[in-house]
Design a protein around this ligand. Sequence first.
Ligand code: SF4
Length: 241
Amino acid sequence: MEIFSAIQGEGPWVGIRQIFLRLYRCNLRCSWCDTPESFELTGKGKVETPPGSRQFQEFENPISPQATVQLLLPFLSSSHHSISLTGGEPLLQREFLVELLPLLKQRKEKIFLETGGSLPELLEPVLDQIDFISMDLKLPSSAHERPLWDKHEQFLKLASKKESYVKIVLTKATLKEDILQALSLVKKIALSIPVILQPVTPVNGDLAPTETQMLEWHSLALSELPQVRVIPQVHKLIGQK
Ligand code: SF4
């Protein structure tokens, strides 16, 4: 859908420069989603030319993995930390990734996966090619999605084999029981997995948690797990989408 250079604005790697490869389609509909344009395929994609310019050229979609590498070449020669596969839900493009990722690994590129964490069966075939995983844990009272606990648990078991962290988006309406269930899920798999509590950037009627809610939830999380931090979406503070 899109290839561009930007600053990672979420999680423990906030501030690094990455090449973003955004893929169409998502199996979820989180109420606070900030990329709903990824839901529908349009037959077009766009690539930032030159990298970091915010000037884009269109290309026909779908595009082959080989042609995607060609579009990525001007980005690969610059100093980026990694290639972030984002969406939508990038794992839905499994067949494309199974071909693309080995081509990028041949060039010694590091691969960073941003995922909703609900499709373990699609993670397994590409796991060997991925270096870092940013996995969302969707709380029903935050995302207004169906409960995904079993899928999240299966996913995190696999993801924990890589350098991974869990991100939990919180809103003013988030329920404490959901947070506790998420913490116990992480705890069951590994105490060492970092957890990022991300206050929602207000959108579609979802309000940000209050300061006291965030402090209470942070203390709650720290009573269960050693590595918990509160990090908002920093890229939006600098006007980056
Ligand atoms: S998983 Fe991500 S892209 Fe999909 S609906 Fe939720 S926030 Fe949007």
